[in-house]
Design a protein. Sequence first.
Length: 94
Amino acid sequence: MVIAEKIRQHAISTNGKETLAMDGAAEAMESMYRTLAENSGSNPIDASVSIKKSMADKNIEMKRNVPTIQLSSMLKRAMESSIGMLRTDEVLNP
């Protein structure tokens, strides 16, 4: 969620397609957080509201709010999937 917020803040200073790409990346980061919350048995909406409230209050304990091992694993798998799709695209559209 913190990363998504930073991306959105930076997107404000850009124009055009970059803004849309940054907004999409921020949404993907928030989606990962909601998925991790749901997979851990928490209510994803409550978890999102809780972290956004903590961010607004500037009261963020990263160890409590971000399951880093799960997040890093998820990011690694997402990156590997993206690379695989790009390779497939290169083969199909030379």
